[in-house]
Design a protein around this ligand. Structure first.
Ligand code: AN7
Length: 377
């Protein structure tokens, strides 16, 4: 389907840097190419001459960054002749897996935690025809079960332990470099299962023509992309933020009962542990944690000051960055990108709950409405 300059998704755009062969039938919803939004108000308020950009991944087709990895993983799964995909999920992976499976005409099985999944994500998985299995446990329990089912039949795991997922997700780093003409000085990103921070480091390293010291992908023999010419000459410092009640990277090991309002990152036993540590160490970065109150405050700040509505887990990248700028951990004059991983509409309950009192109840009379407005001008 060639259509001139029509953007056809990230597997098409970055095909020469991805494990996409000519005989593959690409399963795509035209994901990627998300906006890199300058956060001018927050940059000004932060001072220190910083330039903050939000990579708004919530504007992918299913409303989260997961679509980048899913187009690659489902394309590969279909190529291998799989009949179904399966994942454990805090919500966004299941929404994305359901969509791409629907597109490919295969079945999706999604394991979600008991309660604690944002309503929008559940709605997506259900309407897109996934078999939704709610387990009496959390994400980590679901992940364990999915891994134990690896050889159950012609069914592909599409969690980020599937290396094709990370390959797709690395394209976010490419897009940022393509937009800025260089890599940012810092990249701030929420961390749950830790696939995304790992994938970004692969992408940045590849674009800088540097092979990460830790092996970061499964394609090092036949389809290694690190030999390709460099596009940029720098790599960012990688900074990963976790919710305080769900922060294994800060605790130094798995957390048994993770808890946070940011349900997307309510994960106690991250699967990409080593890769994420490698990204942070090799880049000279760090992990830090935010309380639920700080996460919600950051979500509100982004919405109120910049008009950008992301889900709580996403806002942690901006909340953490602003704190680190204040603390003097970010060099003055830096260019910083923050990944906003998912759309705010995924979780309307939390948004409404923390905006209480903002709906005025007024009789349907012009004078009363007028007065209410004039009082607030
Ligand atoms: C909005 O959907 O793990 O560190 O099962 O949905 O790569 O896991 C979601 C993760 C950040 C963390 N922001 O990314 C799932 C799932 C949002 C997310 C993360 C997730 P990783």
């Amino acid at each position: 389907m060639s259509t001139g300059n029509h953007y056809l998704g990230l597997l098409d755009r970055y095909r020469d840097r991805l494990p996409v062969s000519p005989d593959m039938k690409i399963v795509s919803l035209v994901e990627g190419d998300t906006p890199l939004i300058p956060l001018e108000n927050l940059s000004r308020a932060a001072g220190h001459d910083v330039q903050i950009f939000a990579k708004f991944e919530g504007l992918n087709p299913t409303g989260s960054f997961k679509d980048r990895g899913m187009t690659m993983a489902v394309t590969q799964a279909v190529h291998e002749g799989t009949k179904a995909v399966i994942c454990a999920s805090t919500g966004n992976t299941s929404a994305s897996a359901a969509a791409y499976a629907a597109r490919a005409g295969i079945r999706a099985f999604v394991l979600i935690p008991d309660g604690k999944i944002a309503l929008g994500k559940l709605a997506q998985a259900m309407i897109q025809g996934a078999v939704v299995i709610q387990i009496q446990g959390n994400f980590d329990d679901g992940m364990r079960i999915v891994k134990e089912m690896a050889d159950a039949g012609p069914i592909s795991i599409v969690n980020s332990i599937n290396p094709y997922r990370l390959q797709g997700q690395k394209t976010a780093a490419f897009e940022i470099c393509d937009a800025l003409g260089r890599a940012p000085d810092y990249h701030c990103i929420p961390v749950g299962n830790a696939g995304n921070i790992s994938a970004h480091w692969v992408g940045y390293s590849e674009y800088a023509g540097v092979k990460p010291r830790t092996q970061s992908c499964a394609f090092c023999t036949d389809t290694c992309r690190f030999e390709r010419p460099a596009v940029v000459s720098n790599r960012p410092v990688m900074v990963g933020y976790q919710a305080a009640g769900s922060a294994p990277f800060l605790r130094g090991g798995p957390v048994d009962e993770p808890e946070t309002v940011a349900t997307a990152i309510r994960i106690g036993n991250p699967q990409s542990w080593d890769l994420a540590w490698a990204a942070v160490r090799e880049s000279g970065g760090w992990f830090d944690e935010l309380t639920d109150a700080d996460i919600l405050a950051a979500q509100k700040l982004l919405a109120e000051r910049e008009g950008v509505f992301c889900e709580p887990a996403s806002a942690i990248s901006v909340g953490g960055l602003l704190r680190d700028i204040k603390a003097g951990k970010i060099k003055p004059g830096s260019t910083i990108t923050c990944t906003l991983t998912g759309h705010g509409l995924k979780d309307p309950d939390t948004a409404i709950k923390q905006s209480q009192g903002q709906v005025l109840q007024i009789p349907a009379q012009t004078d009363l409405v007028k007065r209410a407005i004039l009082d607030r001008l």
